[in-house]
Design a protein around this ligand. Structure first.
Ligand code: DC
Length: 217
């Protein structure tokens, strides 16, 4: 049976996060930012916590607060969002994401985000592995340069210092790692709609994908 889920997969900085938030708001669905979950996993890993402990801690202490513009992550009462959003944590999450234990540990946590009212889930393997029964699967991509420019502005807005060339290199490395790993590599699901947003504004992507959601509820 098909699930009331919209999956949005794609490489780093392709605009999945903002599209997911906008579509979730439009459809009145809940939201799963799975990349952020991988970053939370990396955050706990950096604190030297064991792989059996981390999933329990995520379920016990971590909460995600969504609003139109952003996602706030609280560890107990502490806001850890900007630490999670750093390039350092992105790299660590990417490294850990190629390990089978990490992916197994996070699989059921991700599936639990689906409640009857519907879910928009963004990540790398939402349509291929986590929600293969999703009613609508979108694969959102854009050129490396465009993605680096968007990430640059995002990090600058968050007050983080960034070097454009280093950022392009980081994104290329992460693309390569994410798409060539054996487990859940970043590839479009066979039944996904591929959207290249290189020459599209956020509004254009949103209005195109809103049309795709017709009849989903
Ligand atoms: O989307 P993001 O940049 O926040 O994701 C951080 C890292 O987590 C990314 O480099 C790969 C990993 N990831 C993954 O392997 N599978 C997902 N569904 C989401 C993220």
């Amino acid at each position: 049976m098909k699930l009331n889920v919209v999956t949005i997969d794609g490489p780093s900085a392709s605009g999945k996060g903002s599209l997911a938030r906008n579509l979730a708001e439009y459809l009145h669905f809940s939201i799963l930012d799975s990349g952020l979950l991988y970053r939370v996993y990396a955050y706990f890993h950096n604190l030297n916590l064991g792989t059996e402990e981390i999933p329990l801690l995520i379920q016990k202490d971590i909460s995600f607060k969504f609003n139109h513009k952003d996602v706030i992550v609280l560890n107990d009462q502490e806001d850890i969002t900007s630490e999670l959003r750093s390039e350092k944590m992105a790299k660590k999450a990417s490294e850990l994401s190629s390990l089978p234990t990490t992916r197994e540990n996070l699989l059921s946590i991700q599936r639990n985000f689906y409640q009857n009212k519907g879910l928009v889930a963004d990540g790398r393997d939402m349509g291929t592995v986590v929600f293969p029964e999703a009613k609508l699967k979108i694969f959102l991509t854009a050129s490396v340069e465009i993605r680096a420019e968007r990430r640059y502005l995002e990090l600058q807005n968050r007050g983080q210092e960034v070097n454009m060339l280093a950022l392009i290199e980081d994104i290329k490395q992460r693309d390569l790692k994410d798409s060539t790993r054996t487990l859940s590599p970043l590839i479009p699901a066979e039944d996904s709609v591929v959207v290249d947003s290189s020459d599209m504004s956020i509004e254009e992507v949103l209005s195109f994908t809103k049309k795709l959601t017709k009849g989903i509820k």
